[in-house]
Write a protein that binds this ligand. Structure first.
Ligand SMILES: O=P(O)(O)O[C@H]1O[C@H](CO)[C@@H](O)[C@H]1O
Ligand SMILES: Nc1nc2[nH]cnc2c(=O)[nH]1
Length: 291
């Protein structure tokens, strides 16, 4: 069943989704959500005791239509931490509304997640970086021309109506404490992460050289077509966020970009990302429990 979500998800819709998921998975409630971007599905292999539920079966989920996005929800544990993982995400350019694309984040919240790790494949605008580098998102610029919070407030997936500010603060969107944890884990693994700004456009066309110049001038380090709507919803309903952008292609004049290259680079660099996400799960949980 595929519902056209132009309104916020209702209590009835969320209940229907959750009741269905409970028929598929009855293990410990996930505390951490993970969203895997293009070519980054390797994290799925690190999940133990996995139960996979295709999006096509889940009430009110839309379908994954993009190569490199498997289109299933995974339940299991990552280094002993109960997680729910989107192996593939929904994008606005697939024709989905911002509410449809972010519905799984509301479901993660209802399942019990306190934080979400969002990952993406991105075009690298920062000329000091290289393909394969992992950027911890420190901030974002939303140039998608959409905001998933437009419309009635509050939303049913929040813990309480008071949680959903009409004008939610986005100043610590990408949680500083969790970012520091991931940076420490990365350096203990010998992985050199860098922090930077992710800019999201609607896509699906890649950028022109003039657009690349513009995006650098406004302060972006890398560019993609996803993530920001998910993050806005997660913050609105009180979930902490970690964002990882794998640099899959250099945005340079005269250099063409194609999705096959993005997936291939994602697959390659994704290996380091798998180790990073795996090793970060327990310290992130410890930090969530402390706060
Ligand atoms: O952001 P993710 O889902 O990783 O995918 C990125 O890769 C695709 C373009 O190659 C776009 O969907 C872009 O957003
Ligand atoms: N918009 C955009 N999205 C991407 N995803 C991966 N690479 C790119 C890119 O160069 N531009």
């Amino acid at each position: 069943m595929q519902t056209s979500l132009v309104e916020n998800p209702s209590v009835a819709q969320l209940d229907e989704t959750l009741n269905f998921l409970r028929t598929k998975y009855s293990g410990p409630a996930p505390v951490l959500g993970v969203v895997l971007g293009s070519g980054l599905s390797g994290v799925a292999n690190a999940i133990d005791n996995k139960i996979a539920v295709p999006y096509a079966e889940i009430p009110h989920f839309v379908r994954s239509t993009v190569a490199g996005h498997a289109g299933q929800l995974l339940f299991g544990t990552l280094e002993g931490v109960p997680v729910v993982c989107m192996q593939g995400r929904f994008h606005l350019y697939e024709g989905y509304t911002a509410k449809q694309a972010t519905y799984p984040i509301c479901v993660m919240k209802k399942l019990g997640c306190k934080a979400v790790i969002v990952s993406n494949a991105a075009g690298c605008l920062n000329t000091s970086w290289r393909v394969g580098d992992i950027m911890l998102i420190a901030d974002h610029i939303n140039l998608q021309g959409q905001n998933p919070l437009i419309g009635p407030n509050p939303r049913a997936c929040a813990t309480s109506p008071e949680q959903c500010a009409r004008f939610p603060d986005m100043s610590n969107c990408y949680d500083k404490e969790l970012r520091d944890i991931v940076t420490r884990v990365a350096s203990s693994q010998g992985t050199n992460t860098r922090e930077g700004v992710y800019v999201a456009l609607s896509g699906p066309s890649y950028e022109t050289a003039a657009e690349h110049r513009f995006l650098r001038i406004i302060g972006a380090d890398c560019v993609g077509m996803s993530t920001v709507c998910e993050v806005i919803v997660a913050r609105h309903i009180g979930m902490k966020v970690v964002g990882l952008s794998v640099q899959t292609n250099m945005c340079m004049p005269g250099v063409a970009t194609c999705h096959e290259e993005v997936i291939e680079a994602g697959n390659k660099a994704g290996r380091a990302m798998v180790e990073l996400v795996k090793a970060s799960a327990r310290p992130i949980l410890a930090s969530l429990e402390k706060n």
